[in-house]
Ligand binder design. Sequence first.
Ligand code: AMP
Ligand code: MG
Length: 325
Amino acid sequence: MLCLGIESTAHTFGVAIMRDKTELSSASDTFTTKEGGMNPPVVARHHIELKEKLLGKALSDAKVNLEDIDLISFSKGPGLAPCLHVGKNFAAELAKKAKCPLIGVNHICAHLEIGRMITGTKDPVFVFVSGANTQIIAHEGGRYRVFGETLSIGLGNALDKFGRIAGLGFPAGPKIEQLAREGKLVELPYVVKGMDVDFAGIITKAELLLKKGAKVEDLCFSLQETCFAMLAEVTERAVAHCDKEEVILIGGVAANKRFCEMLDSMCRDRGCKFHPVPLKYCGDNPVMIAWQGMLEHNYNRREEDLGTVEINPRWRIDELNAEWY
Ligand code: AMP
Ligand code: MG
């Protein structure tokens, strides 16, 4: 089966083509700024301007024509509505042209499933830490279940918020990781409530300390140490509770080496195995959307009605039946 996947939930617009498990091409572009964050209508315009060019590149790199495509898959949610609309409209238009079925998939589920496919893990605890989301997830009783999550903003957005305040530009995560190498520990609130975590107050405290003259390097280091330790603690408890033997880390924040190191060390102590996901598949990418589309379509032939295709900006991972798992 030849599947074309379209990602457009937030900062990244991308088109990928897969033939079964083989990636034939992946063309994407990520909205960035030197200062300030993401304004959804501005990001949507970025996607509209680049969609045809990225489609052309994906098709030519894969050496296929649109008419050869058997299935088109797009991110239905969760995400920023203006961005989701661009992907949905483009996907519907292409499905009509290619005369093939269209399937809208859950973006978080796609992150989890590409992680499982790429690492070859069977039934891991998923540490999903992206811009907008932070959830510790495992598959139990036929569903993905959320064992712990952020009570406020996702860790990526929290780091980006600090980056905005400190003038680091968007996305701030990579710059924070770099600056943290020169930093020392200052105390920040450590907020674990039951199995949940909360980053909002930590960022407020870091902002206050910055205004009082704390070194940005020290705050970067301390933000990493504090937030990653909180997540490692909750992950450890999820592993124990679910009796799982594998942990995978996905989402854009998975690019962080220090975070991987902390999770790896926790897993070694517990006798389970940590699997980092290659960078290319950690953050938002269209390959995961193509893969998820095929998984679901091969399982139950589910498809969208082209006349009434919708987006679902608040679609939670625990609302869907993961029957193909
Ligand atoms: P996603 O939404 O999954 O594409 O992830 C994007 C988020 O990952 C943004 O908030 C980035 O700041 C964050 N991010 C990217 N690279 C790093 C890194 N090296 N360390 C921490 N966060 C990162
Ligand atoms: Mg994502």
